[in-house]
Every structure is written in C-alpha cells, then in structure tokens.
Design a protein around this ligand. Structure first.
Ligand SMILES: [Fe+2]
Ligand SMILES: [Fe+2]
Length: 194
C-alpha cells in the first residue's frame, strides 16, 4: 500500500484492541508531532522553497485538527493524555535516512520520510477502520485514513516538484526498503507505529 514494502502483521490489531488507551495516547502524540514537523520543514526550508509554505501550513492545520479530534476521543473515554516521548519509529527512520543523506538532499529525505510515515499511518488506520469493534472509533479511523493517504501524495508530489520524478522515486525506494526493516525490528505493540 502507498509504496510500503512490508504489510503490517495482522497481530498488531489484536495488540491495539487489548489496549485502546495506549493507542489513543500515542495517536494524539503522533498527530501533534506531524503538525510540528510540517511547521519545522517550513521554518527550515520554506525560505529557499517558498512554494512549500502554503501546502505545508495547510497540512499543519489539518494535523492540528486531528490532534484535537484524538484528544476529544480520549477525553470521552476518560483517558488522560500525558506529555509525548520520542517516537522510536520516526527516530529510526530519520537515522536510516541520515546514513547516506547529504546536506543538499536533506529536504528530499525529510519530505520522503514524512511520506513514509503518512503511508504507514494510513495503512494502520485502515486496519483499525476494518478491525475495531467500536463502530464510532472505526469510522473515525476510516476518515483519518483518507487524510493520511492524501498527505502521503502531497509529500511525494512536493519532492517530485523540486527533484523530479526519477530522483524522487529512486530515493523513495531506498528509504521504503529501510522503513520495512525498521517496522520489522520494532516490537509489536499498541501504538500507531509499534
Ligand atoms: Fe493526521
Ligand atoms: Fe497526516
């Protein structure tokens, strides 16, 4: 799905079903970090690439809305969301990209790592939309899944507009292969990317 090379182990849905509280807490953090990351790309690269500002600010707005929506779902279930901790999946992806990343391609890697995170979130939200017993929460994830698919396409198309299709595809396939090993390495748990 969406350029991912390794499908999620179906046992992940069972891990989540057993601990919806942990899922919602981690999910709230993911949405907040997605908004912060989009703003940080604009703040670091938007001066050299002003065409990034408009779409990424809109994306940050949407992710902020998702963050608010997840907080609401958590609150309605009596779940208190603590402050976020570093995300092992995202840190591992950034580290993989840095292995052979160059300063000139830092933005390319940033956009493609973001695209992969969106793709994996989209895949997982689809599993939740199909597998959760709570119909409201399943519908919630179905809606979010569609946004994250759109975000995946946004990040890849922003990369293509700057570096062209060939370079973008080539680098994406390298990073997608590494993403598959990261997913394999992480313990299966009740978190969005765990
Ligand atoms: Fe989101
Ligand atoms: Fe997203």
């Amino acid at each position: 799905m969406l350029g991912l090379l390794k499908p999620t182990d179906p046992a992940w849905v069972d891990a989540v079903k057993g601990n919806l509280e942990a899922l919602l807490i981690d999910h709230a953090h993911c949405e907040l970090k997605a908004a912060q990351s989009a703003l940080s790309i604009v703040s670091r690269h938007g001066w050299d690439h002003p065409e990034l500002a408009e779409p990424l600010l809109e994306l940050a707005r949407e992710e902020t809305e998702h963050f608010r929506d997840v907080l609401k779902e958590a609150r309605e279930r009596g779940i208190r969301v603590p402050p976020p901790e570093p995300d092992k999946y995202v840190s591992a992806l950034m580290k993989e990209a840095k292995r052979d990343g160059t300063p000139e391609r830092r933005l390319l890697d940033r956009l493609l790592v973001s695209a992969l995170i969106e793709a994996r979130s989209c895949e997982r939200f689809q599993l939740l939309a199909e597998g959760l017993d709570d119909p409201d929460l399943a519908a919630f994830y179905d809606r979010l899944m569609q946004s994250e698919a759109r975000h995946y396409r946004l990040f890849t198309s922003l990369a293509e507009a700057i570096w062209g299709e060939e370079i973008t595809r080539e680098r994406f396939s390298v990073l997608a292969a590494r993403e598959a090993t990261v997913v394999d390495r992480l313990a299966l748990g009740p978190t969005v990317h765990g």
